[in-house]
Write a protein that binds this ligand. Structure first.
Ligand code: DQA
Length: 147
């Protein structure tokens, strides 16, 4: 019951970055919330952020070897990265896509997601609460698979 939580570019600045859109909670706060819930759900977590596309791809490859699910906020790579989609298409367990903001309420270029072509579910516009909701969903999907 290992889950990877992966975060794309600029999310290292969460809390400082456009707080009117993304809020004041930092990525360290999000990680702490996720770890607390993971304890309750009996999940192990790997929590990562990178501004580099290849690093996210390498983590998805590592997840293939050991993870039961992925929660991913690909940030701007959502809208550009066929390579992240291709990597996720090699991963066979549950994938939930998270966006802090409601991307559908924003610029048209944010309305399309390559990652959604693979994701089992998408959460957008729930703020940073989306991460814990996504973790709950992945835990449920892992349980259903095991049953
Ligand atoms: C985001 C939405 C993306 O459009 C944007 O590029 C981000 C963050 C979100 O969490 O709302 O960096 O993924």
């Amino acid at each position: 019951r290992l889950v990877y939580v992966l975060n794309g570019p600029n999310l290292n600045l969460l809390g400082k970055r456009q707080p009117h859109i993304y809020g004041h909670v930092t990525l360290a706060d999000v990680e702490a919330e996720c770890r607390k819930l993971a304890g309750e759900l009996k999940l192990d977590l790997r929590f990562h952020q990178s501004n580099r596309e290849y690093e996210i791809i390498d983590w998805i490859h590592a997840a293939r070897e050991e993870a039961g699910g992925i929660v991913i906020n690909p940030a701007a790579f959502t809208h550009t990265s066929v390579a992240i989609l291709d990597a996720l298409n090699t991963f066979e367990a549950p994938v939930v896509e998270v966006h802090i903001s409601n991307v559908h309420k924003r610029e048209a270029f944010r309305h399309h997601s390559y990652v959604s072509l693979r994701a089992d579910g998408v959460i957008a516009g729930f703020g940073t609460q989306g991460y814990t909701l996504a973790l709950r969903r992945v835990a449920r999907l892992i349980d259903e698979k095991a049953a």
